[in-house]
Design a protein around this ligand. Sequence first.
Ligand SMILES: O=C(O)CCC(=O)C(=O)O
Ligand SMILES: [Fe+2]
Length: 492
Amino acid sequence: MIRIISPTISGFGGRGVLPPVLPVLAIAFLSLMTVTTLLTTTTTTMFAVVNAAPATTKTTARNIKILNHSGAKVELYWIHPDTRVGSLMSTPHILSGADFALNSYMGHEFEVRELPSSKSGVCTQRLEDQTCGNGLFAVSENNDQLLTVTQGFEVEFLDDQIRAKLKAIAILDSCQTKAANNTMNTLTLMDCIQNGMTKTLAKANEEINFQTKIRTGMAEMMENYTCADLKLNTSESIRTDTWRGARDHKRRNVNVLLDRPASKIIVIDNFISEQECTAMANAAKPKLHQATVADGKGGSHMSEHRKAMQAGIKVPWSLENSNGNGNGNGSDIAILSRKVYDFTNYMLDLNINEYGQEDLMSIQYFGRGINDTQPDRYTPHCDGDCTGLPHKTGTRMATMVMYCNIPEVGGHTNFRNAGVHVKPKIGSAVFFSYIDPDTRITDTGLTEHSGCPVLEGEKKIVTQWIRLGVDDDSPWDAFNSLGLKYSDEDDD
Ligand SMILES: O=C(O)CCC(=O)C(=O)O
Ligand SMILES: [Fe+2]
């Protein structure tokens, strides 16, 4: 049985490292927040920091590192929330100088307990009475949690929020000291804070860009191996929700593989029916032609980066509720298309409808054997902008890829920069969005993806590229592949 020393556990156990914040600082903080908002909304270099905000994932799992710098052996106990009984987590104990990785959940409480010296049989951390040192902490909702047990058995807790606050406090302290020493007026105090914030954010951005470069370089090297690894399964989901189709009332599992404000990757089970696949394949048959890619100048051309056949299928919206056969059923293609927009609106609060959108696309890859050196594939690309810059009206912001036929060898969908892999299943779909619906800032490359080489068998997918800012007056083909409206281009 573990005795709880302090009945109130906050984010800190023992003595936290955050110094007490004076009321005057609270006021200064408010100003600081205003400065931060100002900086992030007016400076484009700040976008990486905006995107680096804590994940919107609702998962409560958190990893914590515990560093034992106490000079004694310690044990770690999980405290049952109802019985307050402790269960040993560190089997058997954490040596002095060692660290311990704990996978836990938000709000879970733990106690670190000193163990008596094996030589003297006594605890040394609280020299006055030789009682064994202990400290309590609770897992916070934040990331990068680090708990250090120090000499004298103080428990210091840090996470990304506390680190950020400490930095902000340091900026304020330094500015206040300057203000106290000089005769700084309010404006210069604000200037001082603004400069401090700018330097800190610029440094953070530089670090993010550096890390991104390394990560994308590694992802590039891994792409071919990942695609060639036939044992790879779909990546584990962060969480699974359910979504119910408005027309068929079917509940489907929605597996969230990536959930960032501007970059989401979701796999939906049983999204497209066999009947819908057949309708698309039949409509596509007479129109299949070699696929093209954007040429970077506003047009498109054939390319070895995209080896596949494709056919755009116009959605017969007038037949959505009756296909004209007198049986009261709607067109499978229109029903499928509506389902895509319904799901898009479930995921993103952008009120998307069918007006001005691109046609549904049937894409087909054919395997020519495992020795084919130029197999059908779609090399890594972004469907819309993935620059981290603001979305251009009328361009793409989400994609739904629906799997109708699965090849025997190859043909997975790989999101190399996100470390997310999708092994297609007949009827399933992968939805990915590359815009933050609130700020309209685009993804920074996490949704870049590829259709891996198809070596044996046929892969048939239906893709809907979804645009934002189109309507009947400004439909998708009023914009070139750079997102420029033809009528605006003509003005130049
Ligand atoms: O074939 C795939 O898995 C990906 C297709 C794709 O990238 C697209 O349709 O935009
Ligand atoms: Fe794509």
